[in-house]
Each structure stands twice: as C-alpha cells, then as structure tokens.
Design a protein. Structure first.
Length: 279
C-alpha cells in the first residue's frame, strides 16, 4: 500500500512538471523575407504580408520574420490570451543559435516595465539633457510610465564585452492589443548579434534556430510565494520539511493550505529560420 501511494505521488508531480513547462519545436524551415523598406516597430502587423506569416496551432500564435542587411524583424501575435501566461512579468526572451542546437548562449529578453515618473525623468536627463518644465509637468500627471526594456544574455561574453554591447545598436520591441489579439514586434540588430554572439555572428542567407521563451515564474514570484507558504506554515504549524518540499516542486498553496493553486505555464517555441538575401 505504501509503495502504491508513493507511486501515485511521483506520477502526480511528473505530470505537474510536464504541464508547467511546455515546449514546441518546428522541424520545417521558416523563410524570412526581405522588406521593401525598414519596418516600423509599433506593435502592429499592418506592414506584414499574409503570405509570410506562419501559425502554431498548439498555442494559437502567428509569427513571421523579415530581415535586411542590418536587422532581423520578428512578428509574434497571440490569438488566445490564455497562452500569454505571465508574459507581463517574465517578458519574452528570444534565443539565437547559428548551430541549430537549441542553445541558450545568446539571447535578448524583452520586457515592459513600470518605472516611477521621477526615476524616468532622471534617466532621461542623463541621456538627453535637460527636459523642459512643461514636459516634466505633463509626465508627472502619471505616477509611473511604461518603458520597453531589453537585456542581452551572452553566457560566453566577458563583463567588458557586455558593457561595450550597451553602446552597440540596441534591440527594440513594442506590444499592442488589437481586438482579441496581442501583437509583439521585435527588432534585433544583426550587427549586435555578429559582434557578441559566440558562434560567429548572423548574416543574411544563413539558417539559424530561433527560440521564443515566456511565462512561468520569475525569481521574485517564487520568493513571494515562498514567503506566503512560510506564513501559512507558521499559522498551521507545518514542519519545515513540508515547506521545502512544496517549494522545490513548485506545489504552491492557495489560501486554502491543502489546495494547490495554479502555476503559470512556461512556453518555449523553437523554429529554424532561413534569413533572406537581397534580391
């Protein structure tokens, strides 16, 4: 009987681990197209032709690629808000791998952050100089503003190389809602990827593997849930071993201490992309 109970528990946690991190992989080669002119990154799909847009039915997203000699442009459109998961907190990380091995050595995290107005004003003045008082007054009407923040992840770069990367062409993105769709547009400068990707850079005509990763729990979310578990445990007198086990397996408890709450799913989608050559 004891072995049967243990087997059932192990089966439950295996299933939980499986559904909390869902990955998809396309074996077919996706074709990037060459734009007639540099695309505007505004969170709209108006500049994208229908012929070059692909659909991943398992998570109901459309995606497409365009590139020129300078930039890689990516469209990623969610048709079902369910699959957004916790993207507002985790952002979207796009991995680039020239060796097509699903390596997570070089990537960029794109995330929209709320920044207090005074902090943003200080940052802006450091970058562009003095801001007119009337503009400051207009900005101060809101307690905070959203900024579209990007961070390069290069596991093989030195700290000095990463510091230099801040001065190289920066990646951009924008997101917007249109009816039931949520549209993300990304721009990744090929020069940045070429200078700092450990696998030799990315150029038009090459085939690369691109990975999209979003959702799940951030470290801050894990810490907050752990804090709540500890508070509940203190009230209920639950042993420390039970707390550690629940946290390790991400079996996060709701207000009802014996009822697991849902954990945001983490999604990963990998595709092979053939970059376009100028005609």
């Amino acid at each position: 009987m004891g072995r049967m109970v243990i087997f059932k528990k192990l089966s439950f946690f295996c299933i939980l681990a499986f559904i909390s991190c869902i990955g998809f992989s396309e074996t077919k080669e996706i074709l990037s197209t060459w734009p007639a002119a540099p695309l505007k990154i505004n969170g709209s799909n108006e500049e994208w032709g229908k012929e070059a847009i692909y659909f991943e039915k398992k998570i109901k997203v459309n995606y497409a690629f365009q590139n020129d000699e300078n930039n890689l442009y990516i469209l990623f459109k969610f048709s079902d808000p369910t699959y957004l998961s916790s993207i507002e907190k985790t952002g979207m990380t796009i991995w680039l791998d020239k060796e097509k091995m699903k390596k997570k050595d070089y990537g960029i995290t794109f995330i929209k952050k709320a920044v207090p107005t005074e902090t943003l004003l200080s940052l802006l003045e450091q970058k562009i100089g003095a801001i007119p008082e009337e503009d400051k007054a207009q900005m101060r009407k809101k307690p905070y503003h959203f900024i579209y923040y990007t961070q390069v992840i290069n596991k093989n770069a030195s700290s000095s190389e990463l510091a230099e990367n801040k001065e190289s062409p920066r990646a951009l993105f924008m997101s917007a809602s249109a009816k039931e769709d949520v549209v993300y547009e990304f721009l990744i400068p090929l020069k940045s990827a070429q200078d700092f990707a450990s696998n030799g850079g990315i150029k038009p005509g090459q085939v690369i593997k691109v990975g999209f990763e979003w959702g799940g729990l951030t470290e801050e979310m894990k810490e907050e849930r752990m804090r709540k578990i500890q508070e509940m445990a203190e009230k209920k007198g639950t042993p420390d071993a039970r707390i550690e086990e629940d946290y390790r397996r991400e079996r996060v408890l709701d207000t009802d201490f014996n009822k697991p709450s849902s954990t945001p799913k983490k999604y990963t989608l990998w595709v092979d992309v053939r970059l376009a050559m100028k005609k």
